[in-house]
Design a protein around this ligand. Structure first.
Ligand code: SF4
Length: 444
């Protein structure tokens, strides 16, 4: 069970030396109680206190990093069961699988897609995270050859899926320094797999027939010196995944079974409903999702869903308020006012770019709320628009004094005119109509 901050405080050395990065031992105790600090940060803890605090103060779900460098991804370190309680922090790494029986050209095609394909959505570049290499060939050396093709083409995180330690080491000699995730050790082979994970400093996935056996295996593998674990749940169906993954999340957060406090891997390749499996993985706590390569449309759907689920529900994605340029607008270019809700911004920006008419976007700070919500909440008003025109020095950029406001902000048009002295033109309600609107209505 989790200890309370005061119980933890009693066990701390109380030097208030700040070496743990916080001003007092009490603050450190509070951070430990909420799983936001590591015991190792305090160098003065004696062994008795360390063993008493042990698992009850570590983050309920361990943070694990897969890969190195720019494309590496971090999973785990989650603190809530429901997204609306706070937020989900580390989105699942989605990886496309190849096998070592595929010809080189086919492996290259998958790797190049993962390396190059991206979806830019609400200001973020969304990508598939890496490659899972599945050992299906009879020859262990084939596994190394498949990994060599990936290493030649890209710095992508890898998931090495095999049951054969010989094949595994043939791959690790090539990519072990890049911290691939090894998947998956079982009760039968964990000693060899743990030794290799330790030798190359890699995270290790483990698999067991049920959660009780998984708990036992966690104990054995951590005793063998590997701490960065991922639980490969190997469910029979997406429904089974949801049940098991939810249990793991629940029991690790409540610390009723702290041994299950690791991120989860979901290999969807054998699922008869792969799309449902990927959706279940994204929605229900997978840390790594292995899938056969998806079509472009399926890829973008998965990336969009993942982005939505891993957006902080209490903090809409916001743009920085300011004056943005579309093309190279001159002093007679239109000025379109909009809000800093990113979805509104990027939707309007896309349509404006399509018009090929250079213009300015005056983005006002509605704390990330959309036009209608901001008006209803009193966040979008004439004072904000007037102050934004001044703050972002719009007057020095254009010679006219006209501002186009969103159609849904039409009730504010008179008040904005009175407050700012600018002539207000009411634009369309639907951003898709902005091109036609500008063509017909805009005269500097
Ligand atoms: Fe207290 Fe240890 Fe932090 Fe020093 S390092 S302030 S003794 S908890």
């Amino acid at each position: 069970m989790a200890l309370k901050a005061l119980d933890i405080y009693k066990l701390l050395p109380k030097k208030n030396c700040k070496e743990c990065g916080v001003p007092t031992c009490l603050t450190f105790a509070m951070k430990l109680a909420s799983g936001k600090a590591d015991l190792d940060l305090c160098p003065y803890l004696d062994e008795t206190a360390r063993s008493m605090l042990g698992a009850s103060t570590r983050p309920p779900i361990r943070k694990v990093k897969v890969g190195v460098g720019e494309r590496s991804f971090t999973i785990g370190d989650e603190t809530v069961f429901y997204r609306h309680e706070k937020t989900f922090y580390h989105q699942p790494g989605i990886v496309f699988s190849i096998t070592d029986e595929m010809d080189e050209a086919s492996i290259r095609a998958v790797v190049e897609r993962v390396r190059d394909e991206k979806l830019t959505r609400v200001g973020a570049d969304l990508v598939i995270n890496g490659i899972a290499v599945v050992h299906t060939a009879a020859d262990p050396a084939a596994y190394g050859r498949a990994v060599a093709v990936i290493e030649e083409l890209a710095d992508l995180p890898e998931v090495l899926i095999t049951t054969d330690p010989v094949a595994l080491e043939a791959a690790l000699v090539l990519c072990g320094g890049f911290r691939p995730l090894i998947a998956s050790a079982t009760a039968d082979n964990y000693q060899a797999f743990a030794a290799l994970a330790k030798k190359y400093g890699c995270p290790l996935a483990i698999s067991a027939p049920d959660l009780a056996a998984m708990k036992d295996l966690v104990g054995k593998v951590t005793a063998a010196g590997v701490e960065n674990l991922v639980l490969d749940l190997a469910p029979a169906s997406p429904g089974a995944f949801i049940v098991t993954s939810s249990l793991v999340r629940q029991q690790s957060l409540a610390r009723t079974v702290p041994e299950l406090g690791y991120p989860v891997l979901y290999n969807t390749c054998k699922s008869s409903s792969p799309d449902a499996a990927i959706v279940a993985g994204i929605l229900k706590y997978a840390g790594v999702i292995v899938t056969a390569p998806l079509s472009k449309a399926e890829t973008f759907a998965a990336l969009t869903l993942r982005q939505n689920i891993y957006t902080d529900p209490q903090k809409p994605i916001q743009m920085n308020p300011g004056l943005y340029r579309i093309g190279s607008p001159g002093t007679d270019a239109p000025v379109l006012m909009t809000v800093n809700f990113s979805l509104t911004f990027f939707t309007l920006q896309g349509y404006l770019e399509g018009t090929r008419m250079p213009c300015f976007m005056l983005v006002v700070d509605t704390e990330g709320q959309s036009v209608l919500t901001a008006i209803a909440a009193g966040k979008l008003n004439e004072t904000l628009v007037r102050d934004s025109i001044k703050k972002f020095d719009v007057e020095s950029q254009v010679t006219h004094r006209k501002v186009i406001i969103p159609g849904y902000a039409s009730p504010l048009s008179g008040a904005i005119e009175d407050a700012s002295g600018w002539k207000v033109l009411v634009g369309p309600r639907d951003a898709a109509e902005i091109g036609e609107y500008l063509e017909k209505e805009w005269k500097a």
